[in-house]
Design a protein around this ligand. Structure first.
Ligand code: HEM
Ligand code: NAG
Ligand code: NAG
Ligand code: NAG
Length: 321
């Protein structure tokens, strides 16, 4: 009886230490003890120079996970054999940023523990650390490691899996469900739009006259900052959260409620009673969104993780070994 209990207890402990998909908390404790510290230091320095890069790193973690899983496929540069990788896809080029920070972290890791730390883990740790710094340390979570780097990266999969800002609620819910995320994850992760920037082309259809469901004052401000017809050569950026543009906080939900958000996909969160209620909760209850955000980021960081059969630890994050 005692033995059965002991076996049961060790099973539970094993399950607790190993999250799904074979990822493990403290994965680098023995393989490369300073790994997480090195990434955090590089990210902290980059954010002190430009907080916008932190926003880019959080978005990078999302865009990596939604296409081919969290496997650093978004980092691969074009080659003659694969001229159109993910990073050239419309959701990523030219807006996605933070690649150089990943390069700096990876170079430092290769000096200390060559061949040990995957680029896929660096991307997720960097997103986590950006959230830590931009939230003034309020979003503070541990993240399991052990992701492997993929060898497949295709531009045509970006538009297929990354939701565009023109999506309505049911399209957003479907897009997240395809990746194993639920409605709560959608509402909570959309809160990332409390930092960073957007190009005018991502919302220009919402600021013309007659006005859309966007707050008239915000639309007027945006009309002054954006050309009537933005294009690749003339596409300025504006901040997403006009109140606290570099602070990862729950201000986004107040902005949604006041219709002071840029995208149709942001405004869409008020179009069902279920999601509208979640918006109100995230806006109203202090500390609640930060906790939920951490949990949802851990969940997102486990999407379709690669195994030894289809993954590797790249030496250079921009090219397969
Ligand atoms: C729900 C569906 C989503 C849509 C439709 C969407 C769409 C967009 C768009 C169009 C931009 C502006 C890009 C530009 O023009 O420069 C943007 C920026 C951003 N998104 Fe999302 N996004 C979504 C979800 C997410 C999620 C889940 C995260 C992170 C967990 C995220 C994090 C960010 C961040 C941090 C920025 C600012 C990037 C920067 O300043 O470089 N977004 N998003
Ligand atoms: C973050 O969390 C870790 C581990 O849970 C804890 O040791 C640390 O003190 C926290 N840091 C901050 C700034 O809250
Ligand atoms: C993308 O293109 C590849 C071949 O180039 C094809 O096998 C794949 O099915 C396409 N994926 C999507 C989502 O269109
Ligand atoms: C969202 O858009 C899709 C495709 O255009 C449409 O079929 C669906 O009915 C729309 N859903 C809502 C809630 O408006």
């Amino acid at each position: 009886m005692a033995r059965v209990a002991a076996i049961l207890v060790s099973c539970v402990l094993l399950l607790a230490a190993t999250s799904s998909h074979g990822l493990k908390y403290g994965y680098y404790n023995r393989r490369c003890p300073p790994a997480e510290f090195i990434v955090r230091k590089v990210v902290g320095k980059a954010i002190r120079q430009n907080p916008g890069i932190g926003a880019g790193l959080i978005r990078l973690a999302f865009h990596d996970c939604f296409v081919q899983g969290c496997d650093a496929s978004v980092l691969l540069d074009p080659t003659p054999a694969n001229p159109r990788p993910e990073k050239l896809g419309p959701p990523n080029f030219p807006s996605l940023r933070g690649f150089e920070v990943i390069d700096v972290a990876k170079a430092a890791l290769e000096r200390v523990c060559p061949g040990k730390v995957s680029c896929a883990d660096v991307v997720q740790f960097a997103g986590r650390d950006a959230a830590f710094f931009l939230s003034d340390h309020k979003v503070n979570y541990t993240l399991p490691g052990g992701r492997l780097d993929g060898r497949v990266s295709l531009e045509n999969e970006t538009l297929a899996f990354l939701p565009p800002p023109s999506f309505n609620l049911s399209e957003l819910v479907d897009s997240f469900r395809t990746k194993g995320l639920d409605v709560d994850d959608l509402v909570v992760l959309s809160g990332s739009h409390t930092i960073g920037r957007s190009h005018c082309s991502s919302f220009s259809d919402r600021i013309g006259t007659p006005p859309s469901d966007m707050d008239a004052g915000l639309a007027a401000v945006l009309r002054r900052r954006c050309p009537a017809n933005p294009n690749f050569n003339n596409d300025p950026t504006v901040v997403q959260d006009i109140f606290t543009p570099n602070r990862l906080d729950n201000q986004y939900y107040n902005n949604v409620l006041r219709r002071k958000v840029l995208f149709k996909s942001d405004a869409a969160l008020l179009t069902s009673t279920e999601t509208a209620r979640k918006v109100v909760e995230n806006a109203a209850v202090r500390g609640r969104w930060e906790r939920k955000f951490a949990r949802a980021m851990v969940k997102m960081a486990a999407i379709e993780v690669k195994t030894a059969a289809n993954g590797e630890v790249r030496r250079n994050c921009r090219v397969v070994n």
